[in-house]
Design a protein around this ligand. Structure first.
Ligand code: 5GP
Ligand code: ZN
Length: 109
C-alpha cells in the first residue's frame, strides 16, 4: 500500500530501527510509547484485520506471537509483557496495517 506508514518502514522508504527482522515480519519501537518498553510487531504483507487474513497471514501471526518469548530477554521484557492487537474503529486501530503491540519493561496497570 503506497500510503501506509508501516509498508514504508517495511520497505526502508522510512527509516526505523528494526529490533528483529525476518522474511515475514519485523519489530520496531512504538514512536509514542505507552510503557517503558513498547514494541510493534509488523507483518510485511499489508492487511488491516484478522478478518482479512489469508492462511499464510494467519501462520505469520502465530510465528510473531511465538517469537516474543524467544526475544523476551533481549527486548527487556523479563518479568512479563502485554500483547494487544487493536482491530477497527471501535478497537482504536489508527494504522490500518495489522500490528501487534508488545508492552512491558515495568509493571503495567
Ligand atoms: P494502533 O492504534 O493502530 O493499534 O497503533 C498504532 C501505533 O503506531 C501507535 O501506538 C503509534 O504510536 C504508532 N505509530 C504511528 N506511526 C508510527 C511511526 O511512524 N513509527 C513508529 N515507530 N510508530 C508509529
Ligand atoms: Zn501497510
Amino acid at each position: 500500500m503506497d500510503n501506509c506508514i508501516f509498508c514504508k518502514i517495511a520497505k526502508g522508504i522510512i527509516n526505523s530501527k528494526k529490533y528483529y527482522e525476518d522474511d515475514d515480519f519485523f519489530i520496531i519501537a512504538d514512536i509514542s510509547p505507552k510503557a517503558k518498553k513498547h514494541y510493534l510487531m509488523i507483518p510485511k504483507v499489508h492487511y488491516k484485520l484478522i478478518a482479512d487474513q489469508t492462511q499464510n497471514d494467519n501462520l505469520v501471526l502465530a510465528k510473531m506471537i511465538a517469537k516474543i518469548p524467544v526475544l523476551q530477554h533481549e527486548l527487556g521484557l523479563d518479568g512479563g509483557y502485554r500483547i494487544i492487537i487493536n482491530q477497527g474503529e471501535n478497537g482504536g486501530q489508527e494504522v490500518p496495517h495489522l500490528h501487534v503491540h508488545v508492552l512491558g519493561g515495568e509493571k503495567l496497570n
